[in-house]
Design a protein around this ligand. Structure first.
Ligand code: SF4
Ligand code: SF4
Length: 472
């Protein structure tokens, strides 16, 4: 039985409810009146249900689709302004005992080179990331209790936080590791992680089991209920995601929104972020084996609908996507992007040769961080290296209530400008510095609160003189 409050995966991601929603959407895809009504409801910035989102997804009317896109842009602008938060993934280990058929780290891939960073190598990677200007990381590791036990992940987190190279510092470590126990989530929380990220891959149970034929990840319920355990362990910022292309995209969209509704119903706080990766080529992985690939136009529509459905949930896109696709995705709802990512174990400090390739997927966007930052500013965005909320204890429902009243804006804008200033002074090329200074001068004027503006101006002058790490 469908029940968003239930702790059981089969109740809150209920297969029959998904099918009924898709059926309802199919029957109403030309129901102009209903679609207009859903769009009107979404204008209140309070979101829409998974069923309503399914109807919007099914709509084929160009004019109505345009209305959706324009509303998504409006919500994005109103809630996130023109700030884009930057991050980078850090691959710790590609040892894995799972058998995910879409990932080159699957246990049966015997020709991929297996690597696990030593603490010295974690240090080198962290310094390489700091020297680029990154402040926020997402740790990635396969599931392997012998090679990558939780103690190893915790040790890496400690190492990363302890390194201060020149003016560099990693100020927020998000973690993307396998589903685990409440006890282990508590330990991750105590280690000071930001968001716990776990992609569902697919919400379709039967297909999920086929795509994960062996290993602990085969257990659909254990995987799907992981965010509940993370919340019980005290981690209140969790990041959802599906790998679009594994199952049909309408099924996945409804599934991920039901998951968000479940977290809201059961814990009073929805997901902190949603990621929207699509399957892409990698060692031992041929995308032609996956018939559900999502075309660009539909992928952009999915992003717009998620933006409308969960306005206060950050949305993330990685370097899997090309600069062109990322540009449109940013307009429609994406609030966080990675830059200059290496998807290999140890790939920042020592780029790999072909025969020791450990990349999890091929990147489409291979620009440097300076190029991405410059590009964002040319497009009218403010690249932000802000990590303030988690460090100020603004997480979970505390963060969400500030976000929903709009009060968070008083922090985001000055924090974005101050962290951009740090980036410009410490890491940017001359060209990027030039455009960045102009952006800061113009954007400072837009801070509505006089006091906040004056303090931000003062802090920015102090950054010029060598001080660091101011935050609101
Ligand atoms: Fe292992 Fe994760 Fe890759 Fe699956 S997706 S094989 S769990 S690293
Ligand atoms: Fe994100 Fe908080 Fe910084 Fe705003 S102030 S950008 S919400 S960390």
């Amino acid at each position: 039985m469908y029940n968003p409050k239930s702790p059981k995966a089969e109740d809150f991601i209920n297969h029959e409810e998904i099918l009924a929603s898709l059926d309802y959407a199919e029957k109403n895809k030309n129901n102009r009146e209903l679609i207009e009504k859903i769009i009107e409801k979404a204008r209140e910035y309070k979101g829409i249900t998974h069923r309503e989102a399914a109807v919007l997804l099914a709509c084929e009317d160009e004019a109505l689709n345009e209305k959706m896109y324009s509303l998504a842009r409006e919500i994005k602008q109103k809630i996130y302004g023109n700030r884009i938060v930057m991050f980078a993934p850090l691959y710790l280990s590609n040892y894995c005992i799972n058998s995910c058929v879409y990932c080159p780290y699957h246990v049966k891939n015997k020709h991929i080179c297996r690597k696990k960073l030593t603490q010295e190598q974690v240090r080198e990677e962290t310094i390489a990331l700091q020297d680029m200007g990154h402040k926020r990381l997402a740790l990635e590791a396969g599931e392997d209790p012998v090679n990558n036990p939780l103690e190893y992940i915790l040790e890496c987190i400690d190492t990363i936080y302890s390194i201060k190279h020149k003016n560099g510092a990693i100020r927020r470590v998000n973690v993307n590791i396998a589903a685990t126990t409440v006890e282990n989530y508590k330990r991750l929380k105590d280690a000071g992680i930001g968001t716990y990220i776990l992609f569902q891959e697919t919400y379709h149970k039967e297909h999920y089991e086929e795509l994960h034929p062996a290993g602990p990840k085969h257990d659909y319920a254990y995987h799907t209920e992981a965010m509940d355990r993370a919340m019980q362990g005290g981690i209140d910022d969790v990041g959802l995601g599906v790998l679009f292309g594994l199952d049909t995209y309408p099924y996945e969209l409804v599934g991920i929104l039901m998951h968000a509704e479940h977290l809201e119903a059961a814990f009073g706080v929805g997901p902190h972020t949603i990621s929207v990766p699509r399957i892409c080529p990698a060692d031992d992985i041929d995308v032609d084996d996956f018939s559900n690939a999502v075309p660009d136009e539909m992928w952009h529509k999915i992003i717009a609908i998620i933006r409308i459905a969960v306005p206060y949930t950050g949305m993330i896109v990685s370097t899997r996507e090309s600069a062109k696709n990322r540009k449109r995705a940013l307009e429609l709802g994406i609030s966080q992007i990675s830059g200059a990512s290496s998807t290999s174990v140890g790939g920042y400090a020592s780029p790999e040769s072909e025969d020791e390739n450990t990349a999890q997927f091929d990147r489409s966007d291979t620009r440097t961080l300076d190029e991405v930052v410059n590009w964002l500013m040319e497009l009218g965005y403010i690249p932000s290296f802000c990590t303030a909320c988690y460090r100020e204890g603004r997480t979970g429902d505390r963060f969400m209530s500030l976000a929903k009243t709009g009060a968070i804006q008083n922090c985001c804008q000055p924090n974005a400008l101050m962290t951009l200033k740090e980036y410009l002074v410490d890491y940017a090329s001359q060209g990027t510095q030039k455009i960045g200074e102009k952006v800061i001068a113009e954007e400072l004027k837009k801070i509505p609160n006089e006091n906040v503006r004056a303090i931000a101006e003062k802090y920015i002058s102090e950054i010029e003189l060598g001080k660091r790490d101011f935050r609101f």
